[in-house]
Design a protein around this ligand. Structure first.
Ligand code: IPE
Ligand code: IPE
Ligand code: MG
Length: 248
C-alpha cells in the first residue's frame, strides 16, 4: 500500500477556529444553551495547550460575532457573563503558560466591567511569548474592513497610494500572518463573516464535531491535514509560488 506523502512539512503559522455548535451540544444533552457555551469555554485550555505543544505561534478563536447581538438578550447577556467568568477563572493559568492575549474586535458595545477585564488581561500578558491567542470578540470581517477603510481615508492618502499592505496594517490583525488554516466545528460550511479579507488563501478544515467535543487529538489531526494541502496562490500545480501577490 502506498501512503500519501505530505506535500510540506511546515506547521501552519496561524490557525483560526470558528468555535461553533455549543447550542446543539447543549440541546443534545437536554441542557440550556448557556450550559453549552460554558462547556465551550472549558474546551479552550486544552486546545491552546495543544497549539503550544505543536509550536503554532498564532491561534485565533472566534468567540462572538458582530451578528451574534441578534440573539435573544438573555443569550447575549449569558455569553458576556461566561466570557467574564472565563477570564476570572482561567487568566492566571493562561498567563503562567506564556499565552499572549490579543483582541480582534471592538469593545464599544461591551459593558465597562467586562471591557476592563479584557483590557487588563491583554496588558498582563503582553510580554508572553509561548503563543499569541487572538480572541475575535464582537468581531465581523466587514466591520474590520470598513474600519480599515475609514482609518485609511482619514490619513488623507491619495487613492493610488492605497495598497494591500496598507489595508493589512489597519485591520485588527495588523502584524499577524494571514490564517493558514481555518477550522470550523459543527458541520457548517461557511465563514460567517470571519476574517474575510485575511482568509483569501486559507485552507479549510470543517468537522461535524461540536465545539465542546472537539479535543486536542482532533485539533492535531486538523493541523496535520494541513501538510497535505498544496497551496498554489493562483500558480500551477507543483510550482512553488509565493503567498498572495500584493499591489504594494
Ligand atoms: C457558537 O455556538 C458560539 C457562539 C456563536 C457564540 P452556537 O451558539 O452558535 O451553537 P449552535 O450553532 O447554535 O449549535
Ligand atoms: C459563528 O457562529 C460565530 C462564532 C462561532 C462566534 P454562528 O453560529 O454565529 O454562525 P451562523 O449564524 O451559523 O452563520
Ligand atoms: Mg452556531
Amino acid at each position: 500500500m502506498t501512503m500519501q506523502q505530505p506535500i510540506s512539512t511546515s506547521m501552519p503559522s496561524h490557525v483560526a477556529i470558528i468555535m461553533d455548535g455549543n447550542g446543539r451540544w447543549a440541546q443534545g444533552r437536554g441542557l440550556p444553551r448557556l450550559a453549552g457555551h460554558h462547556a465551550g469555554t472549558g474546551n479552550i485550555k486544552r486546545i491552546v495547550r495543544e497549539a503550544i505543544a505543536l509550536g503554532i505561534p498564532y491561534l485565533t478563536l472566534y468567540a462572538f460575532s458582530t451578528e451574534n447581538w441578534r440573539r435573544p438578550s438573555w443569550e447575549v447577556r449569558g455569553l458576556m457573563r461566561i466570557m467574564a467568568e472565563y477570564l476570572d477563572r482561567e487568566l492566571r493559568d493562561l498567563h503562567a503558560e506564556g499565552v499572549r492575549l490579543r483582541l480582534l474586535g471592538d469593545l464599544d458595545n461591551v459593558d465597562n466591567a467586562l471591557r476592563k477585564k479584557i483590557l487588563d488581561a491583554i496588558t498582563l500578558t503582553s510580554n508572553n511569548t509561548a503563543i499569541t491567542l487572538a480572541v475575535a470578540f464582537n468581531y465581523g470581517g466587514r466591520a474590520d474592513i470598513l474600519r480599515a477603510v475609514r482609518e485609511i481615508i482619514a490619513t488623507g492618502v491619495s487613492p493610488d497610494e492605497v495598497t494591500d499592505e496598507m489595508i493589512n496594517r489597519h485591520l485588527y490583525t495588523a502584524g499577524m500572518p494571514d490564517p493558514d488554516l481555518i477550522v470550523r466545528t459543527s458541520g457548517e460550511q461557511r465563514l460567517s463573516n470571519f476574517l474575510i479579507w485575511q482568509a483569501a488563501y486559507s485552507e479549510y478544515f470543517m468537522t461535524p464535531l461540536l465545539w465542546p467535543d472537539f479535543g486536542p487529538d482532533q485539533f492535531r489531526e486538523a493541523v496535520q491535514s494541513f501538510a497535505y494541502r498544496e497551496r498554489r496562490y493562483g500558480g500551477r500545480p507543483g510550482e512553488q509560488t509565493a503567498s498572495v501577490a500584493t499591489n504594494s
